[in-house]
Design a protein around this ligand. Structure first.
Ligand code: PPY
Length: 353
């Protein structure tokens, strides 16, 4: 229930606003500012209830704190959600623009304690608009002075995480490796391309048939969305929505490693424990998907070049190997080991033990 979400959250602030004129419901969740200002994208979609929107924002904000700490970036964790009254594609341009204006107004009220950026349902062009209304936003288009899309860096990070996780299960070369990709958005499609270049066999799905056709043209085998969790693979790569692995899926999925860009892939720690029990490698999402944050914060806060960003994104493989070692040494799941590592980087060593 929403009461459980509110009382169970360990973050610092949740701000909400419903706007009658646009029918939009806004949530900003600031989880932690221990390492710096809170940052994380604005997710835009329809929700079944406003309670679901608040739940999503708080959980995603918590994941951003872990992501920033795991990547050693000087930022805290936050996330914004805009629950739409209709699908985004059905909104007229001026309606959408007004929603972004209200969002910017909300962010300005928070006085710079939360910086937004692109997430599912928002683009660099949207960040240009939000910033144009005076709110702090990463990931504006390069033409507007931002660092552009973070999707290529996110995909590169997932790719190096796939290589490191495959090595952990004894696969030293992606040639012939079976990789099942769920979701063919900007990140998933690029993950497919990078793995194809390494000679992997791709089994893919998306709810959009156009994207499936595009992946097929790259040499991928397409299956229906409801079939992907049943596919036998070496690596399962969730690059769509979160919450796809619960205990039941963890018990039955036929794969050797789970490595993707979706945030909050596991429904709970029990799912992570079950993967560990079965000897399935998990590249924790807040580590594997860190490339986007490394790109945005690296370029726009730390002044890194594209090459420096790439080097740091490749460092995701080192972080993962450290997670694997900690898991072996401590006899704990990969999820648990990664949370411990992030906690240590937050200066909260041992808080989870
Ligand atoms: C994510 O990586 O999940 C994001 O939300 C992207 C992001 C990262 C850092 C600042 C703003 C958005």
């Amino acid at each position: 229930s929403i009461e459980d979400v509110i009382t169970g959250w360990d973050g610092s602030l949740v701000a909400t606003r419903y706007d009658r004129e646009t029918g939009a419901f806004f949530v900003v969740a600031i989880h932690s500012r221990e390492r710096g200002p809170a940052a994380g994208g604005t997710r835009v979609k329809q929700y079944d209830s406003y309670a679901d929107a608040v739940t999503d924002a708080t959980r995603l904000a918590g994941a951003m704190t872990l992501k920033m700490a795991a990547a050693d970036l000087p930022m805290g964790g936050g996330k914004a959600v805009i629950a739409l009254p209709a699908p985004r594609r059905e909104l007229a341009d001026d309606h959408w623009r007004r929603i972004l204006e209200l969002h910017a107004e909300n962010l300005k009220t928070l006085g710079g304690s939360y910086w937004t950026g692109p997430d599912l349902g928002t683009s660099s062009a949207d960040m240009d608009v939000v910033c144009g209304f005076g709110a702090p936003a990463f990931g504006r288009s390069e033409a507007a002075g931002g660092s552009g899309s973070s999707a290529p860096a996110t995909a590169l990070g997932v790719h190096v995480a796939i290589v490191a996780s495959a090595a952990e299960v004894g696969i030293d070369d992606l040639a012939g490796c079976r990789i099942a990709v769920q979701g063919l958005g900007a990140v998933g499609m690029e993950v497919v391309e990078l793995a194809r270049k390494d000679g992997a066999h791709l089994i893919v799905t998306d709810i959009d048939p156009v994207l499936c056709e595009r992946a097929a043209a790259l040499g991928a085998e397409v299956v229906p969305p409801d079939a992907i969790l049943g596919v036998e693979s070496d690596v399962f790569s969730p690059c769509a929505v979160g919450g796809v692995i619960d205990v039941d899926v963890a018990r039955t999925i036929r794969t050797r490693a789970v490595v993707g860009s979706a945030n909050n892939v596991l429904t709970d720690t029990a799912a992570g424990d079950e993967l560990a029990r079965r000897g399935i490698v998990l590249a924790p999402d807040f580590v594997a998907s860190g490339g986007g944050a490394i790109h945005l914060i690296g370029r726009e806060v730390l002044g890194w070049t594209a090459e420096e960003v790439a080097t740091h994104v490749e460092g995701i493989a080192d972080t993962l190997r450290e997670v694997f070692v900690r898991s072996r040494v401590g006899g704990i799941s990969h999820d648990h080991a990664a949370r411990d590592l992030a906690d240590e980087r937050l200066g909260r060593a041992g808080s989870r033990v």
